[in-house]
Design a protein around this ligand. Structure first.
Ligand SMILES: NC(=O)c1ccc[n+]([C@@H]2O[C@H](COP(=O)([O-])OP(=O)(O)OC[C@H]3O[C@@H](n4cnc5c(N)ncnc54)[C@H](OP(=O)(O)O)[C@@H]3O)[C@@H](O)[C@H]2O)c1
Length: 289
């Protein structure tokens, strides 16, 4: 098995993960507050060329995802177009920008260097390049995919009331000492929620390699479909994220509350192991602090 975040081959621990990670490369809808958009809206997006379909689409995607989008655009819209903000344009943020744009969602992506630095990703995918404030303000759901140490630098008020997907992990080598997270007094997502105190934080996407998130989504019902744990205190927000996980091609598994989300952190059975739904449920239950 490779490192869950890089895919690089590494020796594994009892839980299937390298103790790592000096190897890190890092150097849903305000819940239905807006009416669900209809196909007419989708068509409008298309005719205005404002949907995320860049010239690069869909070369890097499996056929069924292309079919999914065709299905969406040909009238069989499976779910409403959602305004998504993505904070971070690296492995995970870039992957989710690509995947969510290919699914027809309306994505604004931001990073630390500003919108100009995102011109390439925007041109490739059709996403809008924005500032962090713009990405959060425009969004019904915001994914935060940055090194954990950067979370306190984010403008917390911009996330107030938003469903925020915390895709982050804590690695001391990268993120420095965060004692209460390091000693597992609190989960890393609880720590994130403490900084983004007005947000409806849901933990997801933290336990899968970016490359697998890009390439290994499969239609519901496929055998051995990879499952992803989703944890949060706000049931409606969690449901929204679980639906998005399913739309991306993975089986969502309810992993409990934010305080229970340590069960999907690094060094647990579900971390980087690409289990199916039954395996994820078993792994969450057998995790040890
Ligand atoms: N890599 C994986 O496979 C993987 C899998 C699951 C979870 N994760 C977790 O997801 C998070 C992101 O990992 P990654 O691998 O995607 O990292 P990455 O490739 O290093 O990308 C990090 C991104 O965060 C942005 N960023 C940093 N500080 C910021 C700030 N203050 N405001 C806005 N954006 C900021 C960076 O901006 P610039 O581009 O301007 O530098 C960059 O785009 C981490 O917590 C990681 O543990 C990673």
């Amino acid at each position: 098995m490779g490192h869950p975040e890089t895919g690089w081959p590494t020796p594994v621990s009892a839980y299937g993960r390298n103790p790592e990670t000096g190897t890190h490369p890092s150097s849903a809808r305000t819940l239905f507050a807006e009416p669900a958009r209809t196909r007419a809206t989708v068509d409008n997006h298309v005719s205005n060329a404002s949907l995320c379909i860049g010239p690069g689409w869909p070369g890097y995607l499996p056929d069924w995802l292309g079919s999914n989008l065709s299905h969406r655009l040909s009238g069989g819209v499976r779910s409403a177009v959602m305004k998504v903000g993505i904070i971070g344009s690296g492995h995970i943020g870039g992957t989710l920008t690509r995947r969510l744009c290919a699914l027809g969602h309306d994505v604004t992506v931001a990073n630390s260097r500003g919108p100009e630095s995102l011109a390439g990703l925007a041109a490739e995918t059709g996403a809008t390049a924005g500032t962090v404030d713009q990405a959060a303000a425009a969004a019904e759901l915001v994914v935060v995919a940055v090194p954990l140490f950067a979370v306190p630098d984010l403008p917390a008020e911009a996330f107030d009331g938003r469903v925020v997907v915390d895709a982050n992990n804590y690695y001391v080598q990268r993120d420095g000492e965060i004692p209460e997270v390091a000693d597992r007094s609190i989960s890393s997502s609880r720590w994130v929620a403490g900084h983004l105190s007005g947000a409806r934080v849901v933990k997801a996407f933290n336990n899968i390699q970016a490359q697998h998130l890009l390439e290994q989504g499969r239609p519901a019902g496929t055998g051995n479909r990879i499952a992803l744990p989703v944890a949060g205190d706000d049931e409606q927000a969690k449901r929204m994220v679980m639906d998005l996980v399913d739309e991306l091609g993975f089986d969502p598994v309810d992993a409990g509350t934010l305080d229970e989300s340590w069960r999907q952190q690094p060094d647990t059975p579900v971390y980087g192991t690409d289990r199916d739904a039954e395996g994820v449920r078993e792994g969450l239950a057998s995790a040890r602090p």
